[in-house]
Design a binder for this molecule. Sequence first.
Ligand code: NAP
Length: 303
Amino acid sequence: MEAKIISGTKLREDILDEISEKTLELKEKFNRPPGLVTILIGNNPASVSYVSLKIKTAERVGFKEVQENLNEDVSENELIALIKKYNEDETIDGILVQLPLPKHINEERVLNAIDPDKDVDGFHPVNVGRLIIGKKVIFAPCTPAGIIEMIKRSGIDTNGAEVVVVGRSNIVGKPIANMMLQKNEGANSTVTIVHTATRDLKSHCMRADILIVAAGVPGLVKPEWVKKGACVIDVGVNRVGEKISEKTGKKIPVLKGDVDFDEIKKIAGWITPVPGGVGPMTIAMLMKNTLKSMIARVEKSSV
Ligand code: NAP
């Protein structure tokens, strides 16, 4: 039997509908919707396209959306001053600075300037610490949070499961490994992280009940590395060429994941496609973090 395909595109719609509904309730009760500010510096085409998708999605769920588009030559101090202004703004619950930043700006200083209680990307050291401790977690980074949501909503048993994570980046590998380790629903697993220095990658992958691959290497995971019935989450997004879009007639990139989807779907129990898998979940989780931020803020102020 072929693997069940976990569609991020479909789950995203369900999650956005839930967020829209909750937004209406909040608006009625507190007289304002959740507020998100997106700060874009310069006009890197990939960043412009990510930010416009975030803005569109925030508008779709009924959030207040503030856009700050700054020139490429903005100074670090000016950028930090802007962040501080939104740290103080009671109508803003989430501050997102689109990365990468221009070379003259220190990314660490900028991300550390965001109020941890408005850090909807979950990259501030305070939120990274909360994630590892497993208490008072409001903002898990969006891609790992999307992966957990996919696993939970697919009804996959994670309790005591062998989870193998390929990749140890700060935005995917390390946080998802930490989240799967927590004594929580949708986690409580036995976790192994593998990377380029790992001896015998294949033998680790073969043990996995849940295999999460975030390496950025197209087709890295081969069918013989996958246990029958395993859940395979492919985070990789690799541009392997270009094609003409049937819809628009324009050139678009051909995307491939880190696993051999066509062959592995004959072995796995569940698999995520690329595109249409983890990718669409990431922005949905950014909206969820913004919503959670407002809920935490209004609860705090009513105590
Ligand atoms: P990254 O920072 O480049 O990290 C890649 C990790 O994979 C590193 O830890 C690296 O090991 C490991 N790795 C690379 N080649 C390997 C190999 N042959 N064997 C074992 N380990 C290997 O990448 P990232 O930011 O985590 O992103 C990973 C992929 O996910 C990319 O394709 C990216 O585009 C995609 N992504 C997708 C989303 C989404 O929303 N769908 C979000 C974020 C990222 P070392 O540490 O030893 O170098």
